[in-house]
Ligand binder design. Structure first.
Ligand SMILES: [Zn+2]
Length: 112
């Protein structure tokens, strides 16, 4: 069961030399440039990608992870309506006896 925390480490594979290196992704910003440690190539995101992690990493950046998680239905969620209406036990429509009826407690009190 995956937790809610995004993955903050991604392995970037250089498309030029194939060097793979695990980098920590910043959560507050997208990393637009990445210097390959193998060949020194300056990697930039592909068109349509927001950062180099989305283009060359094995894990998209945290904002994209959150967006994908919000867009996709979460697997393993219980079906809605299961056991919700069957065991309520206290329906609000049934008024308790003696609260709003004509005979209130103490109404028949008459000194005689
Ligand atoms: Zn490289």
């Amino acid at each position: 069961m995956p937790d809610a925390a995004p993955i903050l480490q991604a392995t970037i594979t250089c498309p030029v030399c194939g060097t793979a290196r695990t980098e920590t992704m910043p959560t507050d910003a997208c990393r637009f440039f990445y210097d390959c440690t193998g060949c020194g190539a300056l990697l930039r995101p592909k068109p349509g990608d927001c950062c180099v992690f989305c283009s060359y990493g094995d894990v998209p950046c945290p904002p994209v992870q959150a967006a994908r998680r919000a867009a996709a239905p979460a697997p393993g969620r219980p079906a809605a309506g299961e056991g919700i209406t069957a065991d309520a036990g206290d329906p609000p429509s049934a008024a308790p006896e003696g609260r709003c009826g004509p005979r209130a407690p103490g109404s028949g009190r008459r000194p005689d």
